[in-house]
Design a protein around this ligand. Sequence first.
Ligand code: ADP
Ligand code: MG
Length: 554
Amino acid sequence: MAASVASAGLIRNVNNNLAIFYPKILFHQVHRRCIIRRICASRPKSHSRLKSKSAPKELTGVVGLEIHAQIHSNSKLFSGSQVGFSAPPNSLVSFFDASLPGTLPVLNRRCVEAAVMTALALSCTINKISLFDRKHYFYADLPAGYQITQQRQPIAVDGTLTYSHMGGTKRSQVLTKTVRIKQIQLEQDSGKSLHDDHRSQTLIDLNRAGVGLMELVMEPEMSCGEEAAAAVRELQLILQTLGTCQGNMSEGQLRVDANVSVHRPGEPMGIRTEVKNINSARFLARAIDYEIQRQKGVLESGGTVQNETRAYDSKSGETVPMRDKEDLQDYRFMPEPNLPPLIVYEDNTLLPAGVLACQAVVVEGVREGLPELPSIKRDRLVHTHGILPEHSFTLVGEDGLMDYFEAVVKKTKKQPRKVIGWVINELLGHLRQQDLSVIQSPISPSALAELLEFHETGHISSSAAKQVFQEMWKSPGKTAHQIIQEQDLQMVSNTTKLHDICQRVVDSHPEEVQAIKNGNKKVLNKLIGLVQKETKGRADPVSMRAILEEKTSS
Ligand code: ADP
Ligand code: MG
């Protein structure tokens, strides 16, 4: 493919600001003067291998992920151009993004802070000094012929990501695992090549060129698609909570490459393939599991796995070799001469004379701004409200649901353990059915709380409460009180009315009554059901049972 930016002829509306004029340049000039000291972070020792002399073990999968997360920032990593997903092609391109000679990179502090915040949330060691490098490759959507990345010294190393998934015999157990994060590096995104098969040409859109990315490299410590998908979902949630990446996989804000190999536990790791083009956690799981099975098949039939890049085809559910990266690439890494070492300071006391906190990235300041992380939220929910861990996952995993739940809990005397069923089964069930988000719910937390209060205080039965919920869903704005009045749903308690209904049921079912008198107590449930039917589910279960027991006792 020979298309170049010029021949594609699509560059228009180029932003006239030269990156070099941006006031942010001060940021680097300050750093340039500082002493460079390489900080070597100690890495945890690799796991000791299990040694076994017994029969060869089964082949098992090994998975390591490389994740590109688009940093949520208004402007690009080294230029002031805006970042936007659906802007017209080449409308968000500065001279620097198009690699015009004479333009220089100017580091965006917001991107550095986002990387530092992400690193802190993942318990990484932050390198006080990190370095930028050029990684060369020739591709139409990379106008400079190189990408600025952090190859020698990334901004952060040695973190962990703890994630959970359902497992155990009945898949009802929450299994929690941890994968180590080798490093987080800052780098530029490339542009996009748009292949127009009809006219057999390739067009280039540079809107994405130069957008800031965090690349997170994980150690090969997962073993199947489900684990990898759970780790990605947890990371996605963390990034969204931090606000450092919007994490929408289908819009390419979070891109996952899966490295997959198989080996027998205790033996050295096998040759890996890298699976690309995965745009959802579900497809990630499928692609990995397919690849593990494929590699097992290759080895078991005496073949060898090729170290290659493969693409996942979501239609066939298979991975296929990618043709464009057959040979090993030499990226000719070299230090980026136009960017000084990036220095971050632990706290304000370490700032060099004359440097203001607002001109530098201060780790302590970023740490203070860390929001409550998903794992902490879940622990808090379990401890404060006594709900099940799996329910805490649902609450935290669905945008806005935790706040909704806590708002309901505040307004009702119903125990949180009972509120949770209403929020997860009724509310979330209805929302999902209609593909709505929590903020779009037609029933507000206080409206639901009012309904639950009527149930809690014995004004309505469970089945009537469900009926009211349905009605509230259908007619937004109507209160539980109104619906109960309109449909006459109040509980029928220990009243003459309930006695009369019970008497009628007993009189019309002599055989059942005899069976109960003969000791078959189970038959009572049939009569209970009939009374409930008569009362449209409004009978108070306790008084109803008592009345029926009395009327059927010999
Ligand atoms: P390279 O420098 O060749 O890219 P890295 O050590 O950076 O290799 O690893 C790249 C990714 O590949 C990491 O996410 C890592 O976890 C994963 N990886 C490395 N070896 C294996 C393997 N044998 N099987 C599966 N994944 C692997
Ligand atoms: Mg690598």
